[in-house]
Design a protein around this ligand. Sequence first.
Ligand code: N01
Length: 539
Amino acid sequence: MKASSTATRARGADFDAIVVGAGFGGLYAVHKLRDGLGLDVQAFDSADDVGGTWYWNRYPGALSDTESYCYRFSFDKELLQQGHWKSRYLTQPEILDYLSGFADRFDLRRSYQFGTKVTAARFDESAGLWNVTTDKGRTLTAKYLVTGLGLLSATNKPPFKGIDGFKGETYHTGAWPEGIDLAGKRVGVIGTGSTGVQVIIALAPVAKHLTVLQRSAQYVVPIGNGPESEERINEYKAQYEAIWKQVKESAVAFGFAESTVPAMSVSEAQRERVFEDAWKRGGGFYFMFATFSDIATSPEANAAAADFIKRKIAGAVKDPDTARKLMPTDLYAKRPLCGTDYYDVYNRANVTLADVKADPIAEFTPTGIRLQSGAEHELDVVVFATGFDAVDGNYTRIDMRGRSGVTIREKWKEGPLGYLGMMESDFPNFFMILGPNGPFTNLPPSIETQVEWISDTIAHMERKGARTVEPTQAAEDEWIAACRTIADMTLFPKAQSWIFGANIPGKKNAVMFYMAGLCNYTKALNSVKESGYGAMIFD
Ligand code: N01
């Protein structure tokens, strides 16, 4: 521990804090705790370098769908002015490069042990320390455990019958190896979520033949990507103060002002014009939240947006049968998707759409995939764009135990809990970045907000000389109930998606997000702090 440290090293501890993860969250946590509070920090990541989500998701077409100017940290004004990008949206290599530069800037790699998976974390009540075990067989102790495991990092690869006998290659988009060349191959893609849409757009011009195995049709709007001029970038830089103020005072934190106009308060012609303008501008969250105020809350407004997109699908796709299969049948209430000319992909001669809801995947054969009808798709490569065991999946894969040996699996058997999206009763001195029941937004601004709150809470503890902190059960219950009430005011729980755990067979449907926006979330955090942390137990 450094001379400037605010912490008194807990007796017998190897470190003050252990941080898990080297994505946006973990990197910033190491910087704040080590350089800000002067704690002695040891960090781990199972990858061989920094990047987190952006280290693993190297699939063709991987892109952030938040605009480049606000898919970054805001706290470092100099770094903001040094920012450089080419297009309206950042590609995966650019984001990885940004995070690598961030790690260099603050010399963060020296605190990490890479290529190391944390397999267990147990709280030792008598010592008041976390015992963290890695796959290298070491167990280290620390007073604080901070996890930045990522919302979406435990991959979901459905165990299809016959998969082991498939002679071709299979890849999950969330664990994509470097240097895979799919040119000239017969490729099948399972999944049409955010990832599937990106990988399908990228592979269609490359593959010899692309077969899209679609279970649920999705609403996809244009992303509106294109080069960004130096002049435009300089304009953003000149306005950064106002931009970040707006981002942090907004709900979804995507850099645009959310609409305050209900869809049915304007004429049909005006509504059509607003949707058309948003379609031309591009952006999935923009279409859902900047057109009208109630697309995600009013069935009527939602139907108007859905109907507009369906008409666009009908207009874009030449083959009526394919267009019919691409028409979503449910609400427009999953995470909004966007991509460049997505529906035009299906006009290509080398692309086939298989509706695997109507005719489900029966099994993999040695040479491809057979559907229940007996139809066979001959494939060299199958890409699993089948998503993630989101939010809690990363935690339940670690043997995590809190007070009295209670496991996180037991605590979360009815669905993941989480006070303020960061803490958990019975798990003292444990802070999750993007844990369950945190905000549903463009992630870097929420990550920043959470890491700063964690750092402030730890500083408060150290000033108090407290040994442990955890939320009261009542505060946690109240937060979860509030998240449920807020979610039920939206249409999101009515659609089947990972946001409520519906994508994993057997996973309990649960509220996993605070859906009242970053602005209200920050107010909630501030009120906990300003009330003297009354909702927490300090020991
Ligand atoms: O995963 P998903 P994702 N048989 O769960 C299908 C973020 N992200 O990786 O809808 C057949 O959304 C499944 O079908 P269905 C973003 O937050 C961000 O695409 O369940 N199909 C669905 O089509 C996003 O929301 C960016 O019927 C099966 C797909 O697989 C989140 O990651 C880019 C199946 C899974 O879709 C997750 O997106 C990419 C089965 N057994 C991702 N099992 C950015 O732009 C699943 N499917 C920043």
